[in-house]
Write a new protein. Structure first.
Length: 155
């Protein structure tokens, strides 16, 4: 029996937040052939509010990792809202993780693992892990601690 991405997600017992609406002049996603490009997403909580903070200042790296996981859930919400199911994604191609942090913070990859581990749980080791960059930023929109954009291959 082949377990689907949607089934894997349901087995995690997690709740998706509402899919965010664009806060500027851009598209939340764009399809080019068999590829889905997702604009940067922030950590939207189930009540629609954002997680706010700066890692290394008023948040530690573990709180940052949880915020990155929440960004991953927000990305999944955008996929489900626009494509009906996580089964429309064949695999993760690339993730760009931006960490809003102090200049001396050095654990950017650890923080972005919160999102990457979620994707691995949903699409499996082979299809859920793509190439990735994790970089630090002096600030992010609205003082969110993490922003992630992604490139996915459609089924």
């Amino acid at each position: 029996m082949n377990i689907t991405a949607q089934d894997r997600f349901l087995n995690l017992g997690l709740t998706l937040p509402p899919a965010p609406k664009p806060l500027g002049i851009y598209k939340p996603y764009l399809i080019d052939g068999k590829y889905l490009y997702l604009s940067g997403h922030g950590p939207v909580q189930t009540d629609g509010s954002l997680i706010i903070g700066r890692i290394g200042d008023d948040m530690d790296k573990d709180q940052g990792k949880l915020a990155a996981r929440q960004v991953g859930l927000t990305i999944l919400s955008t996929i489900v809202a626009n494509f009906g199911s996580l089964n429309s994604i064949k695999r993760v191609i690339k993730v760009l993780g931006m960490v809003g942090c102090t200049s001396d913070f050095e654990s950017h990859p650890y923080v972005i693992n919160g999102c990457s581990e979620l994707f691995e749980s949903v699409w499996g080791h082979e299809n859920g892990i793509g190439v990735r960059s994790a970089v630090g930023m002096g600030s992010l929109p609205g003082r969110i601690p993490v922003e992630v954009e992604g490139l996915f291959e459609l089924v």
